[in-house]
Design a protein around this ligand. Structure first.
Ligand SMILES: NC(=O)c1ccc[n+]([C@@H]2O[C@H](COP(=O)([O-])OP(=O)(O)OC[C@H]3O[C@@H](n4cnc5c(N)ncnc54)[C@H](OP(=O)(O)O)[C@@H]3O)[C@@H](O)[C@H]2O)c1
Length: 340
């Protein structure tokens, strides 16, 4: 016997990727419902070799469904996730709405799978921000060995992290650069994204940081260890899919770069590609469609007593969203619901 699974936001970037990953990983599905807004009613989406027809999230009855994977943004989540949770359908949410709620576990299955048992307080589990998810997969095994004191991270985040309209904006602006009769003014972003980089993701906070930067700080603390200090600069770059991060780590204890490489090679969810030669590292284009978080450029930071630098790349629609959500669904099934 398998699960009755709902995908809310099935016409979006993350929702479509969730359907692909459920099929790829042969998640035990008995029945699946795909939901989006009323304007997408009847839109067809693919699940393995099946074609499914989208239903309206607004009128859907969640009673009798085991779990609902939500990828609809915070506003729609606020309206619909409590309805699902109230009738016993466990919500696995991709938005930021519940991530900092003490009664909702925030889970990256390679890092804090034990947190799944906290789902029952609200019947909701939160999926972290895309930049945090890939970073904590890399940090956790190193923290276990040498205790991380401080992390300085700069991100290079792809436009797919802002939804499907952002992908169109990069595509249209890129074409317009070669055709000056077309003008594609910024809409999703505040400045041109084609052939540019924008040091601004999500809203500004009073201290001059952005909400995206704050999320990396707060979520790393919640998922791994509140004692880890994180400072982040989050930048949008003209890449369609795949987030990259330059990460500087200061440890309590000395950790040699070779030992760090060995630890990461053994760590779940990580693939080390680190050849110290031309092309011996991973770039976002190469990580698309993959499950792994790729680590390259592991090296000692000689300006610190106990410091390392590394380069971390992952498919933001997969580990940063859909894959992590499906891994949470697998964990919930294995540890709690025990069907299939
Ligand atoms: N992309 C990433 O890397 C990433 C990573 C982590 C988390 N997330 C989060 O995942 C969520 C979805 O992101 P996305 O990139 O997939 O966005 P997207 O491509 O813009 O898709 C949004 C989806 O939500 C649906 N939706 C929006 N408002 C709705 C409403 N009021 N009622 C019903 N359905 C509604 C849309 O349906 P229609 O097609 O009918 O409008 C569409 O299916 C967001 O919360 C985002 O922050 C994304």
């Amino acid at each position: 016997m398998g699960y009755r699974v709902v995908i809310a936001g099935a016409t979006g970037n993350v929702g479509r990727e969730m359907l692909n990953i459920l099929a790829e990983r042969q998640f035990p599905v008995d029945e699946i419902a795909v939901l989006a807004s009323r304007k997408s009613l009847g839109t067809e989406v693919t699940f393995g070799d099946k074609t499914l027809t989208t239903q309206d999230l607004d009128t859907f009855d969640f009673a009798g469904w085991d779990m609902a994977l939500f990828a609809v943004g915070s506003d729609a989540t606020k309206k619909y996730a409590p309805k699902a949770a109230a009738v016993g359908c466990v919500v696995i949410d991709n938005s930021s709405l519940y991530r900092y709620d003490h009664d909702v576990p925030l889970i990256v299955p390679e890092v804090n799978p034990q947190a799944v048992h906290g789902y029952a307080k609200k019947n909701i589990i939160a999926n972290p921000n895309c930049s945090t998810a890939q970073m904590v997969v890399a940090l956790k095994p190193l923290h276990d060995r040498a205790k991380i004191k401080r992390v300085v991270v700069s991100t290079y985040q792809s436009v797919s992290g802002s939804g499907k309209d952002a992908i169109d904006e990069l595509w249209d602006q890129t074409k317009a650069v070669y055709n000056p009769t077309q003008d594609v003014p910024p809409s999703v972003y505040t400045k041109q994204i084609a052939f540019n980089v924008i040091p601004h993701i999500d809203v500004f906070l009073d201290d001059g940081s952005t909400k995206e930067e704050w999320k990396m700080v707060a979520e790393t603390k919640k998922i791994i260890d509140p004692s880890i200090k994180v400072t982040a600069t989050c930048v949008r770059v003209p890449v369609f899919v795949g987030h990259s991060e330059a990460i500087n780590i200061e440890f309590e204890d000395f950790l040699d770069e070779d030992e760090a490489r060995d630890i990461l090679r053994e760590a779940p969810g990580i693939m080390v590609i680190d050849k110290r030669e031309d092309g011996g590292y991973v770039t976002p284009v190469e990580c698309v469609g993959d499950f792994a978080t790729f680590i390259s450029r592991i090296r000692q930071d000689s300006t610190l007593d106990n410091g390392l630098n590394l380069w971390c790349v992952s498919d933001n629609l997969r580990k940063g969203a859909a894959l992590n959500a499906v891994q949470i669904a697998e964990l919930l099934g294995r540890e709690v619901l025990k069907k299939g």
